[in-house]
Design a protein around this ligand. Structure first.
Ligand code: HEM
Length: 72
């Protein structure tokens, strides 16, 4: 496992006080660092509506950070 393959329960984006970073990852994807044998994550901004992305972020927060309150 590399730093880019943390379990989502340990994701600082999912544990952050606001959903911005999670929404950015879903919307834009992430390019794998050249030094690591990882694939890029595709962005879903063209496929998902803002409402769908917000719903997905809410799900990720509830499922992978159940000890924290839902995002406002
Ligand atoms: C904080 C949330 C997320 C983070 C940090 C994240 C991060 C990553 C990373 C690092 C990879 C590359 C993995 C590898 O090469 O081993 C990846 C792949 C992928 N992610 Fe995400 N992801 C997140 C959420 C999501 C969500 C919500 C979806 C679905 C909409 C998604 C869909 C995918 C897909 C389809 C791939 C595989 C691309 C391929 O097969 O080449 N991810 N993600």
């Amino acid at each position: 496992m590399t730093a880019a393959q943390l379990p989502l329960t340990m994701s600082s984006a999912i544990r952050a006080p606001a959903p911005d970073a999670v929404l950015r990852v879903i919307r834009n994807g992430i390019e794998a660092p050249l030094a690591l044998p990882l694939r890029d994550m595709p962005g879903f901004g063209a496929e998902l509506s803002e409402a769908h992305m917000a719903e997905l972020a809410r799900y990720l927060r509830a499922r992978f950070a159940p000890d924290l309150p839902p995002w406002p």
